[in-house]
Design a protein around this ligand. Structure first.
Ligand code: GDP
Ligand code: MN
Length: 379
């Protein structure tokens, strides 16, 4: 789950990271009031869960409350990378003389957190990585954690003033605590700004939380922005399904992550494009099957659906009942291809054939059939 900047800054502030005061609002009137209460120049910032808001016109300075009203009105009318702006952050603005980039990211390949630091801040790090990769300093954090002297050593070559180095070091140590204690996969400050007065500030904040750790963070549920969640993602979360939307037209309902991956591979192998990754898990709960079908039919690109079930603990007859129940409640408008094999497959075939639904036990055949059906629909 991604946090909005205003939420990430609230989290940062709890750990003593230097963020400037701000407030999230949803109307230009509120933006004007907040700006008036600060009595200083403010920055109005679109709160949408994408980067590059600055370039898209979603970050604007306002010198007076009236200007805050106008800028907030303009930004609230924007759509940035497909996301309608519904909220803005009104924050005290800083003067900037330098912008750095600082983040800690979970490096899955190395199985360790990775610190990334660059003197070229402000712009998106992907840009820096492309244009001048040598300008990014990388350092993994091992089991022993991060020591202050190690953090200091990263900044010393980049910052000439020792006062900047100490502030930046303290910021990195705190950022590491944020990362660790909150099960982050990313904690990013871009820009990490140096003011003409010599203060080092976190002017932007980006945090991604590891959803697998949600069970031990009660608070996360209150942070979730339901406006930003798609219907499919919400249903998947509510029913405990793993769902990733993709761009193709073959909807896939599979039990088990490994089989789901293999199914997607095979769809691609035969020239199809999967519309999603969807793992209904080891359960044969008909409600999950219904939710899975709802998620997939909610994607207008889907032209045909493949069920690929390998019955182990999951019983094929339970899945078959789930399919029947679900279709009786809401009939499908796209072709359905069912591959079932394993525990109680005979019973499953009987249940489905009584309802006129064909079943194959061959994954190869199932995948080729569903691609053919999707092509017929397209034609
Ligand atoms: P992003 O484009 O989505 O990453 O949004 P940022 O919060 O990073 O803002 C983009 C840029 O706006 C920054 O790199 C700064 O140059 C500028 N900016 C943001 N906050 C302030 C501020 O308080 N004062 C000034 N002068 N510029 C700011
Ligand atoms: Mn930024």
């Amino acid at each position: 789950m991604n946090l909005h900047e205003y939420q990430a800054k609230e989290l940062f502030a709890r750990y003593g990271l230097p963020v400037l005061p701000g407030q999230m609002v949803t109307t230009p009137e509120e933006a004007r009031d907040v700006a008036a209460s600060f009595g200083s120049t403010v920055v109005i910032k679109a709160q949408v869960l994408v980067g590059g808001r600055g370039k898209a016109g979603g970050v604007k300075l306002a010198h007076t409350p009236e200007e805050a009203f106008e800028k907030a009105r303009d930004i609230l009318a924007l759509t940035i990378k497909g996301l309608a702006v519904r909220k803005v952050l009104v924050a005290q603005a800083a003067d900037i003389s330098r912008e750095l980039y600082l983040s800690i990211i979970l490096d899955r390949a190395a199985k360790r957190p990775l610190i990334m630091l660059s003197a070229e801040g402000g712009v998106e790090i992907e840009e820096v990585a492309k244009q001048s990769p040598e300008k990014i300093v990388r350092r993994h954090i091992g089991l022993e954690g991060l020591r202050t002297y190690q953090a200091r050593a990263l900044f010393q070559p980049l910052l000439e003033d020792p006062k900047w180095v100490s502030q930046a070091t303290e910021i990195l140590m705190k950022l590491w605590t944020v990362f660790r204690e909150n099960d982050c996969t990313l904690a990013e400050i871009n820009p990490l700004a140096i003011t003409p007065q010599g203060r080092v500030l976190a002017l932007d904040a980006k945090v991604i939380l590891d959803d697998n750790a949600e069970f031990r963070h009660r608070e996360w549920d209150t942070w979730r922005d339901r406006d930003e969640e798609t219907r499919g993602a919400r249903l998947a979360r509510e029913f405990g399904l793993s769902y990733v939307k993709l761009d193709g037209d073959i909807g896939c309902v599979v039990n088990g992550a490994g089989l789901a991956m293999a199914t997607m591979d095979l769809v691609k192998h035969y020239g199809g494009e999967p519309a999603n990754f969807l793992d209904i898990g080891g359960s044969s709960n008909p409600e999950k099957v219904t939710a899975a079908l709802k998620i997939i039919t909610g994607d207008s690109h889907v032209r045909a659906i493949l069920f690929n079930i390998f019955g182990g603990i999951t019983r094929c007859d339970d899945v078959a009942r789930g399919i029947v129940q679900s279709l009786e409640a809401s009939p499908l408008e796209v072709p359905l291809v069912i591959r079932l094999t394993g525990t109680n497959e005979d019973l499953a075939r009987k249940i489905l054939s009584e309802k006129g639904l064909a079943v194959t036990t061959s994954m190869d055949e199932g995948v080729r059939t569903v691609i053919a059906r999707a092509q017929e629909v397209a034609a």
